[in-house]
Design a protein around this ligand. Structure first.
Ligand SMILES: [Zn+2]
Length: 253
């Protein structure tokens, strides 16, 4: 049985034990927090692309956004970096899901996201499928059953090709200037401003968009991130970074 569940830490947070942003983190904790921030940012970019490019979504939009996150991690980063980024998201589910099944009755089956247990396996499968030889250990470590693992290279290829059709269309050609792009609207003092500024910079050097998408780092009253179609804007809640730090600390990273 897995022993990763840190959900009880939520109670500590609610009780006012919020960890300080900017606190010195261990290298593992830092990778965990940054990897999840980047993975979640890519997920929200998935929602943004579906909206601004008016993409057809055949299936759950949340799944499509999760898939884009892995495709961007593996497309935009070198192999070693893609691995720690991908591991951060897998670790997040590993630590926060109650694997005992005790909370199964509380699963919101009506929700727009698949259950976290399934998002975990989908994520690990796509990640492993991106490099089955290089990431064989990862599949074992994250307990990806063989019957699922066998099809993961194909699942990844399908994901990469499906998103690739649209990513190719917006990829800047040599000498081409971006029509529109991501615009970061946040004070430099915002949590993880530099991290997101770098993501926005790389995106704008790589892709063009039919209209601008703004990126905000704001307090939202909840640990979340979301895309708001009416304003073509992504919001990364500052509480989300705090929550990731809390999970890292509870997991003793
Ligand atoms: Zn989403």
């Amino acid at each position: 049985m897995r022993a990763g569940f840190v959900g009880s830490f939520l109670a500590v947070l609610v009780a006012g034990g919020s960890p300080a942003l900017g606190e010195e983190l261990s290298p593992d904790a830092q990778r965990f927090v940054e990897g999840n921030l980047i993975g979640t940012f890519y997920h929200e970019l998935g929602h943004a692309l579906i909206d601004v490019l008016q993409l057809p979504v055949l299936g759950q939009e949340e799944d499509a956004a999760d898939t884009l996150a892995v495709v961007l991690i593996t497309d935009l980063w070198e192999k070693d970096d893609a691995e720690w980024l991908g591991r951060a998201t897998a670790d997040y589910y590993y630590y926060t899901v109650d694997w005992s099944g005790a909370a199964a009755d509380e699963t919101a089956w009506w929700g727009v996201h698949g259950p976290d247990e399934q998002r975990y396996y989908n994520h690990v499968c796509l990640l492993y499928g991106s490099d089955p030889e290089g990431l064989a250990d990862l599949a074992t470590e994250y307990e990806l059953p063989e019957q699922r693992a066998a099809g993961c290279p194909e699942e990844f290829t399908l994901a990469q090709q499906s998103w690739g059709v649209f990513l190719d269309e917006i990829t800047l050609q040599p000498g081409q200037r971006a029509e529109h792009g991501l615009i970061l609207k946040a004070p430099k003092s915002a949590p993880y401003y530099d991290l997101l500024a770098e993501e926005v910079r790389v995106w704008n050097e790589t892709f063009t968009l039919p209209r601008d998408v703004t990126v905000h780092i704001d307090a939202c009253g909840e640990a979340n991130a979301y895309y708001y179609p009416a304003e073509s804007s992504i919001t990364m809640c500052s509480e989300y970074a705090e929550w990731l730090i809390a999970v890292a600390q509870a997991a003793e990273l």
